[in-house]
Design a protein around this ligand. Structure first.
Ligand SMILES: *Cc1c(COP(=O)(O)O)cnc(C)c1O
Length: 433
């Protein structure tokens, strides 16, 4: 494979865009190579500007659950655009969107649309503080909630990959208002509540993590988190920007059987356009302006193009019989193929999977259940695996600390090819160990 055009495009981009990219994870920094520039995508495949074709497991970092350029989604966007792209005034499709979200995710009684996951979490945080009149927020090491100041404290995703756990520009005051707990360690949560309980506004968590790679909560941990929030009157915020409408119609909360007070959403609900949302109990959400005093606004919030793409996507997820079972079966097929290769070749790796999200961790451990476990992974080995996969036409997230995403558009042939390429890569890496 040649990457001549991508290399040139990256050089050009770096002159006018910080680091040549508009979001850090795209830079391939953590795998020490040059990002591929994309020309187009369809279904499960994505093509770069050198004409290389890849099977895509990034899916724009989660939104493309239907595959790229789904004809119904594209048609909805085209039909809508003809009538104008934004009015800054209410439209009926916004209500339709709100009603569908509520029906799929019953903990959401009232929902506000915004333009990104970051905006959703920042707004949810302000609401939790406004509602409770309290100061502190608890977050978990390795969890990522967008780039809001309060969350850039031991964050996951790009912040973890890039080694900037505490970004310059975040004031000490803001950092001091964020308390850190450990994922899958209930004692770490309880001890914070014991110390600061009556000053804790809320606890935000990725109920299943994707941004340090896929880590699934234990039953006792996630139920314990719910209980301790209730006990101290703090709001439980599930950040389902990644897991919402991905793991089930009703997100991770449906699978885990836990009802949060507020849920943040994004990615899939925009169908590939920029969207976020936050919603929850009526009593809490009615504190948001103009119903209540907690201010939050957006010029382009709920804009018709994003609503058309998002609503079309959600309707397909909601109306297609067996959608999530079919999707999960594809991911299960891929992961069992990879697991077989790992076992047969006695390769040091662990695969975590839930539904259509998975991560292949390069580690000597036999399980990955915490941020500590994640941090012990061999990122050099991952970088080599990533490079071999890319060369074989498999497009993975360019970091050890991310989830892979299956889409409904991935075919049996795609999956077989991926297993074969991965086995070959693992074989070569094993020989180098
Ligand atoms: C992607 C993500 C965000 C941030 O969403 P943006 O749209 O990138 O701002 C927040 N939380 C989680 C769990 C995410 O996966």
């Amino acid at each position: 494979m040649e990457f001549i055009n991508s290399i040139k495009a990256f050089e050009q981009a770096k002159k006018s865009i910080p680091g040549g990219v508009n979001s850090p994870v795209r830079s391939f920094n953590s795998v020490g190579s040059n990002p591929v520039f994309i020309k187009k995508a369809f279904g499960s495949h994505i093509e770069d500007i050198d004409g290389n074709d890849y099977i895509d497991y990034v899916g724009s970092w989660g939104p493309m659950i239907l595959g790229h350029a789904h004809p119904d989604v594209i048609k909805a966007v085209q039909d809508t655009a003809i009538n104008g792209t934004s009015y800054g005034a209410p439209t009926e499709i916004e209500t339709e969107m709100a009603e569908l979200i509520k029906s799929m995710m019953p903990s959401v009684e009232v929902v506000r649309m915004v333009n990104s996951g970051t905006e959703a979490t920042m707004s949810a945080l302000r609401l939790a503080r406004g509602y409770t009149g309290r100061r502190f927020i608890i977050k978990f090491e390795g969890c990522y909630h967008g780039h809001g100041d309060s969350f850039l404290i031991n964050a996951g995703s790009g912040a973890l990959t890039m080694g900037v756990p505490n970004s310059p520009g975040v004031t000490e005051g803001t950092a001091n208002d964020t308390l850190l707990a450990k994922f899958n360690d209930l004692e770490s949560v309880k001890s914070l509540f014991k110390k600061y309980g009556d000053q804790i506004a809320g606890l935000i968590i990725e109920p299943v993590t994707g941004n340090m790679g896929v880590v699934v909560p234990t039953r006792d941990f996630i139920q314990g988190v719910r209980d301790v929030c209730t006990q101290y009157g703090a709001l439980l915020i599930f950040d389902e920007v990644m897991t919402g409408f991905r793991l089930a119609k009703g997100g991770a909360q449906e699978i885990l059987g836990i009802t949060p007070d507020i849920t943040t959403m994004g990615k899939i609900i925009g169908g590939g356009l920029p969207v976020g949302a936050y919603g929850g109990k009526r009593e809490i959400m009615e504190k948001v302006a103009p119903a209540g005093p907690v201010y939050q606004a957006g010029t382009l919030s709920g804009n018709p193009l994003a609503m058309a793409a998002g609503l079309t996507t959600l309707k397909l997820l909601n109306d297609t019989p067996d959608f999530y079972n079919i999707l999960e079966a594809k991911a299960e097929k891929l992961v069992s193929g990879l697991q077989k290769a790992i076992d047969e070749l006695e390769f040091p790796a662990v695969i975590n999977r839930i539904g259509s999200m998975f991560t292949l961790f390069f580690t000597d451990d036999d399980k990955v259940e915490s941020f500590e476990d994640v941090k012990r992974c061999n990122t050099e080995l991952f970088a080599k695996f990533f490079d071999k996969s890319l060369q074989a036409g498999i497009y993975l997230a360019p970091s050890q600390f991310e989830a892979g995403f299956m889409s409904i558009a991935h075919t049996e042939a795609d999956i077989d090819k991926t297993i074969e390429a991965s086995r070959k890569a693992i074989e070569e890496l094993k020989a180098e160990l």
